[in-house]
Design a protein around this ligand. Structure first.
Ligand code: ADP
Ligand code: MG
Length: 302
């Protein structure tokens, strides 16, 4: 049996103070997969990743990285994994080269010069290699973080919101770079707020919310569940006919939002309203965006 790149089972984390950030999360990521971990702020993504990287201690559960259990084989687990953290944390008084040399030392790699230079080159940092990180722009520092995560050539790479607050140009470069790593055989796990990004890059996604995994599926299949239009209107003087109940996405007072999945749905709905003697006000029909879909998935379980 081959090992999963990441194996997580019934992972729980309660922070000091009692907050349950992970309430029993489990999933596997196969070797070579490009996996997206999605979820709103506070879902528990960074907590999960911090447990994998050893920054944060789990309360219970099992985590294995390419077969190495983080409890019994932390060292191999760390060697197998590179994490690009969400927060930009660099020692401001080190140069880029020193940062990467110290990081190599942490993994016991004493002669890592050639790889460091290659990494720096590939990340477009060559002319900054002897600059102190405090003088670098946010985008440049993010590249240093990526280089840092890759100094020990880990087969499994996790990037925690690498493109949050990043300009379009850098975002495209990061996509290219990460895509290149994936083509070279690395397993990639990416967390992102941008659903378009997950759709473009990830073959499978998990959606987390409030410490649980709400959905886990192939990206296309997950998104196709939400490819629909919505019709919104007010019914100030009536109640929605029973026949339309299955279409309801949201209702707030007299304001209704219905889901249109098939081409004929709009006509059907309007006919039912008309024959019930109801006149919808402020009627709008629009295509659900991926954002809407996500809000809906998360909102259903709120
Ligand atoms: N060190 C901590 N102590 C207490 N609560 C924390 C700590 N770190 C994160 N949390 C809480 O855990 C929840 C999950 O946070 P986080 O893992 O950062 O989510 P995400 O990365 O999905 O936004 C949040 O409600 C957050 O406030
Ligand atoms: Mg986070």
């Amino acid at each position: 049996m081959t090992n999963a790149a990441i194996h997580i089972q019934d992972l729980k984390k309660t922070y000091d103070g009692g907050y349950e950030a992970l309430k029993g999360v489990g999933f596997n990521v196969a070797e070579g997969e490009f996996f997206g971990l999605l979820g709103p702020n506070g879902a528990g993504k960074t907590t999960l990743i911090s447990i994998l990287s050893g920054l944060c201690r789990k309360t219970s559960g099992t985590v294995r990285i390419l077969g190495a259990d983080i409890d019994t084989d932390r060292r191999s687990a760390s060697m197998n994994l590179g994490v690009v953290p969400q927060e930009i944390v660099c020692d401001p008084f080190l140069t880029v080269r020193q940062t990467l040399e110290y990081q190599s030392g942490y993994y016991g790699l004493t002669d890592n010069k050639a790889w460091i230079e290659e990494l720096v080159e590939r990340l477009g940092l060559s002319d900054k290699i002897d600059a102190m990180t405090r003088g670098l722009s946010g985008g440049m520092r993010r590249r240093v973080l990526i280089a840092q995560a890759l100094v020990h050539k880990p087969p499994v790479i996790i990037l925690d919101e690498p493109t949050a607050g990043v300009d379009v140009e850098l975002r495209r470069q990061l996509w290219d770079f990460i895509g290149g790593l994936h083509r070279q055989g690395h397993t990639i796990i990416l967390t992102t707020h941008y659903l378009e990004e997950a759709q473009a890059l990830c073959s499978r996604v998990g959606v987390m919310h409030r410490g649980r995994l709400l959905a886990l599926d192939h990206t296309d299949r997950l998104l196709s569940r939400f490819e629909h239009n919505t019709m919104a209107f007010r019914l100030p003087n009536g109640v929605l006919p029973e026949a339309l109940a299955p279409y309801v996405l949201h209702q707030q007072g007299h304001q209704y939002t219905l889901r249109l999945t098939e081409t004929g749905d709009l006509e059907t709905l309007l006919t039912v309203l008309r024959t019930s003697g109801l006149t919808p006000e402020n009627l709008t029909v629009k295509r659900a965006s991926l954002e809407d879909a996500f809000v809906q998935l998360v909102g259903d379980k709120a």
